[in-house]
Design a protein around this ligand. Structure first.
Ligand code: SAM
Ligand code: SF4
Ligand code: SF4
Length: 350
């Protein structure tokens, strides 16, 4: 944890009194994998490179959000490790007074050589996304043959001290739901905590169907069948997306039940795309362009006022609204996704 904590001048709150605490910074929309649940299509429309925020602009925006209450920052993508000179950006964000927790989510393919430079730059911890331990399945799921590199990356992150290390696993019925306990054992052996995520019907997930969701309840049952009674961990952060459970020998796993047990009422998260568009919800159709005002020379106070008033109007509860639908299909039609890359999960970050 960073010691440079200072009380924010003000904490922005939305219409439901939810504070602005957590910021996900997507640093690229491009990726070196093609996970079926995130990028199932053959072709994608990319954000124009000239539109990407520079490191200076990203640092400037981070400072504005921290002034309004943000304390946790997560770097994501696309695949963040393909952004050139990423440790330079990490160093800038780590140096922003008030950033208490600086994490990064990666698919791990390029992690082994970058783990130590990222740690030296000031990154605190890493989450690696890993959905299967089987090479053939990995290839089927991601359309690449990179499982050995991901495993190497996980080890490198641990050795570099980027801990507590987490592994995020999207569970898909009929695809990897037979690996719940194998992934838990693998994570334990790597000194990591696995978090099982329900397959979400976010933008970009064009192959989503309700019957492919392997629900939290089934995950807990699979764990209980193998290990005996599982208990919720005491004193959990209510704003954290994962509910954590302990097996009888004391080891812990998490479940992110965004589909069957949504947790919008405590959501303090928002996201900035690599080209500076700010989304107050993963499911939001529209975001606020922050790059334009920055490049037009808006002052720090003007940008903070814009962010504070936009957050003040927030009523988003996307996952809860989706759960209330009688009939649930993919969120965004393919033609709309092709017309606006901002609707994609890989543009918005997870
Ligand atoms: N490329 C990096 C990675 O995979 O870790 C970071 C970006 S990725 C968009 C962030 C997270 O979103 C990953 O853990 C991924 O598994 C998750 N994700 C993507 N599509 C999803 C979906 N349809 N349902 C649930 N999680 C999803
Ligand atoms: Fe997979 Fe992450 Fe790339 Fe999406 S952005 S295709 S989840 S590695
Ligand atoms: Fe937050 Fe939107 Fe996710 Fe609900 S769906 S938890 S409001 S980001």
């Amino acid at each position: 944890m960073n010691q440079k904590t200072s009380a924010p001048a003000r904490i922005a709150r939305d219409r439901f009194r939810r504070p602005l605490r957590s910021l996900r910074l997507s640093v690229t929309d491009r990726c070196n994998l093609r996970c079926q649940y995130c990028m199932p299509e053959a072709e994608y429309v990319w954000l124009p490179r000239k539109d990407l925020l520079s490191f200076e602009e990203t640092e400037f925006l981070t400072e504005r959000f921290v002034a309004l209450g943000v304390r946790r920052v997560r770097i994501t993508g696309g695949e963040p490790l393909i952004r050139p000179q990423l440790p330079g950006l990490v160093a800038r964000i780590a140096a922003v007074a008030g950033v208490e927790d600086l994490a990064l989510t990666t698919n791990g393919v390029l992690l082994a050589p970058q783990a130590a430079p990222l740690a030296e730059a000031g990154l605190h911890r890493i989450t690696v996304s890993l959905d299967t331990l089987r090479p053939d399945r990995f290839r089927e799921l991601t359309r690449r043959d990179d499982l050995p590199r991901v495993r190497e990356g996980i080890r490198a992150a641990r050795n570099a001290g980027l801990t507590p290390l987490k592994l995020d696993t999207v569970m898909i019925r009929g695809l990897n739901d037979d690996e719940v306990t194998d992934l838990f054992e693998f994570a334990s052996a790597e000194d990591a905590e696995v978090r099982f995520i329900e397959y979400m019907d976010v933008g970009g997930a064009t192959g989503w169907r309700p019957d492919l969701v392997f629900p939290a309840e089934a995950i807990r049952e699979a764990m209980a069948r193998r290990y005996g009674g599982i208990e919720p961990v005491a004193g959990q952060d209510p704003a954290a997306p994962a509910r954590r459970y302990r097996v009888p020998d004391g080891r812990v796993f998490g479940v992110i039940a965004s589909v069957t047990e949504p947790f919008c009422r405590t959501c303090d998260r928002s996201r900035i795309t690599a080209d500076g568009r700010w989304y107050r919800c993963l499911y939001a159709a529209d975001g606020l362009d922050l790059r334009g005002p920055i490049r037009d020379g808006a002052s720090p106070a003007e940008i903070e006022a814009l962010i504070a008033s936009t957050w003040g109007d927030r009523t988003d509860r996307g996952a809860e609204e989706r759960a209330e639908l009688d009939r649930r299909e993919t969120l965004v039609p393919l033609t709309d996704l092709r017309a606006d890359p901002h609707l994609e999960m890989h543009t918005r970050g997870g």
